[in-house]
Design a protein around this ligand. Structure first.
Ligand SMILES: O=C(O)c1ccc(O)c(O)c1
Ligand SMILES: [Mg+2]
Length: 631
């Protein structure tokens, strides 16, 4: 019986190129092994800069149980005129010496980029045949990869044509998802044209869609599968369908990755392959290697780390938005503030996860609780995806809520609907539920995060793989003090939404937040209401002032009546439309100590975005506004 693609992937060794990781070569090997990889690609540059013989690398890798899957790259080899041709053969022999010392049998030859290279597939094939013959004499193999910017060879079909012409058992084809997908090519037809055993090696990388030269794109902006916008799952499916059985190897050139701790990046890399494994499954495959992502029912609560004084201030602030004290924890210094389906937990309990967070970051969101259909299953998925799990100590009779630690160190609690709510089991509830006033806040619509440079890809992968949130297209938002890059994550039903913002500048709204917070965290929380006009009319919250010019322009852009514009302006409301009858009305509070702020919004007619068109106006207003101060 033919194996299902998914089962094949699970059996394939997972490898990562040393070029993905920061640090010395021993650091890189150690990080790859600790993240659970079985193999590494050794980049020549990492070997050249290493102070020690290749035999030492071989031993180090063996001690870590890492296979050296390939040595690379070997450049500008094929189809060179003489005398370079002869010199290249000598160069190859010297690389073979290194490979034997390293203990790897495969070398990657990438297609020639030299202007002097001949446009002659027969010559390219003859050169590769000779190289393969020399390799075979030592028990080694050669793989040929088309670089997307190769002088004459840049598509996998051209590389395969040359490999076929060379017709040597020690020469195979190397496929790299970036080179194929960046040119708009696919592997369609691969399994009909290339026998699996002729594929010598497979490299995987994703990337954001950028309009720039492909070399620069490849050298600086690749990322791990699931972090970018290329169809790496489709690519991988084709490779497996062709019968390839070798390693799947991550090869990512990325400036941010190379500036980040190697262990974190290696763990993200392994997580990306586990995720890939789960999404390439054909629907007909029965056994899931990963429990499916949870069905999400929204945000059950947000927990703020405070001390007693900050807790009082924050309570005063949220009261202006209509929240009421609804309960006190049975055994801890924790209050519940509630409105509609929104629960805000103010945690001032010493010696708790919240207290640790407060020490480090000050008043801020330390945990988000998601409503999930099955907490145990969600937890086992998270564990399989290399996440760390947290269990807070609980008092007698209180409910233990399991949590996953997010990449910023905050907790994500998993709350399952139960016979007794966590509020009933853990809190003395104070006020009975009342019917909602007009304009009352109903749900948490989205929780926006501010990230420090280099954190975006890790966050995207974490939320995509663990919770099944899908990333939207990356957006550039203009702050008066610099650029904010944004990407919104949401579950398919739109119940959990999480825009992620990152800024290189410390002066933008995002950058100031990250400075104030000493790290990444929740930047703002948006609440939905069925009637934002009623909210605005009855508001006592300190809202962000919006300049009159904004409303002038709005009238012109959307053809709104003067009456409607005046109402928006009175309510400090921003407006966006999706061109399909959907509309978005939203207003912002000033910030709480320049740390975080709240948004109140109404979605109409299926509007699915976040008012990105208004982000520039909001950020400029925030640059002018003073934070809210108690009293
Ligand atoms: O950027 C490069 O030159 C380069 C080298 C080797 C590879 O395998 C590759 O994909 C790119
Ligand atoms: Mg490659």
């Amino acid at each position: 019986m033919p194996e299902a693609p998914r089962d094949r992937l699970r059996a394939l060794p997972k490898s990562i190129a040393t070029v993905c990781l920061s640090g010395s070569l021993p650091d890189k090997l150690e990080a790859a092994a600790s993240a659970g990889f079985q193999g590494v690609e050794i980049f020549e540059q990492d070997l050249l800069t290493h102070d020690g013989p290749p035999e030492g690398i071989r031993e180090m890798a063996a001690d870590l149980n890492l296979a050296i899957t390939i040595f690379q790259p070997f450049r500008d080899f094929e189809a060179m005129p003489e005398p370079q041709r002869r010199r290249n053969m000598d160069r190859a022999e010297r690389k073979f010496d290194v490979m034997q010392a390293l203990g790897t049998d495969l070398v990657l030859v990438c297609s020639n980029t030299q202007p002097s290279a001949l446009d002659d597939p027969e010559r390219a094939a003859a050169d590769l045949r000779e190289m393969a013959e020399r390799a075979a004499a030592r028990g080694l193999r050669v793989g040929y990869e088309a670089l997307a910017w190769g002088r004459h060879v840049n598509r996998w079909r051209q590389a395969w044509d040359i490999v076929q012409r060379a017709d040597h058992p020690a020469l195979g084809l190397i496929l790299d998802s970036f080179h194929t997908l960046s040119l708009g090519d696919t592997l369609d037809g691969l399994s009909a044209e290339v026998p699996g055993e002729r594929i010598a090696f497979v490299q995987l990388a994703d990337a954001p869609r950028l309009t720039m030269d492909v070399l620069g794109w490849s050298r600086h902006f690749r990322n791990f599968p699931g972090q970018g916008e290329l169809d790496v799952p489709a690519f991988t499916r084709e490779v497996l369908a062709a019968g390839y059985r070798g390693p799947l190897s991550l090869e990512v050139f990325n400036d941010e990755f190379r500036a980040a701790p190697a262990r974190r990046i290696a763990r993200d890399g392994h997580r990306s392959l586990i995720w890939l494994d789960s999404v390439i499954a054909a629907p007909s495959v029965p056994a899931a290697p990963l429990p499916p992502p949870p069905a999400l029912g929204g945000v059950e609560f947000l927990e703020f780390a405070v001390d007693e004084a900050r807790g009082r201030d924050l309570a005063t602030f949220v009261a202006t938005l209509g929240f009421r004290l609804a309960g006190r924890h049975r055994s801890k210094a924790v209050e519940l503030w509630r409105q509609g389906g929104v629960n805000l937990v103010l945690n001032a309990e010493p010696d708790s996860a919240a207290a640790g967070h407060f020490e480090l970051h000050g008043a801020s969101v330390c945990a988000t609780a998601l409503r999930v259909d099955n907490a145990a299953r969600a937890l086992s998925r998270a564990e399989a995806l290399l996440c760390s799990i947290w269990r807070e100590r609980v008092g007698e009779g209180e409910r233990a809520i399991p949590a996953v630690r997010a990449p910023d160190g905050t907790l994500i609690y998993l709350v399952e609907p139960g016979a007794r709510s966590i509020w009933e089991s853990d809190f003395h509830l104070l006020v009975p539920e009342e019917p909602a006033a007009p304009g009352a806040l109903a749900q948490v619509d989205h929780v926006a995060h501010a990230l420090t440079g280099g954190q975006m890809d890790g966050f995207v992968l974490f939320h995509r793989s663990v919770f099944g949130l899908e990333p939207g297209a990356p957006l550039d938002l203009p702050d008066p003090q610099g650029l904010v890059r944004s990407r919104a994550m949401a579950d398919p039903a739109g119940r959990v939404r999480m825009p992620l913002n990152v800024s290189e500048s410390r002066q933008t709204a995002t950058g100031r937040f990250v400075s104030a917070m000493a790290g990444a965290g929740v930047h703002h929380v948006a609440f939905s209401t069925p009637d934002v006009a009623a909210f605005a009319a009855g508001r006592t919250a300190p809202m962000l002032e919006i300049p009159a010019n904004y409303y002038e322009d709005l009238g012109a852009r959307f053809g709104l009546e003067d009456e409607a514009l005046a109402a928006l302006e009175r309510g400090h409301l921003l407006y966006d439309g999706d061109g399909q009858g959907g509309a978005f009305l939203h207003a912002f509070t000033v910030s709480f100590e320049d740390r975080f702020f709240f948004e109140v919004l109404e979605r109409r007619g299926g509007y699915d975005g976040y008012g990105a068109a208004n982000a520039g106006v909001r950020m400029a207003a925030q640059a002018r506004a003073r934070p809210w101060m108690p009293g």
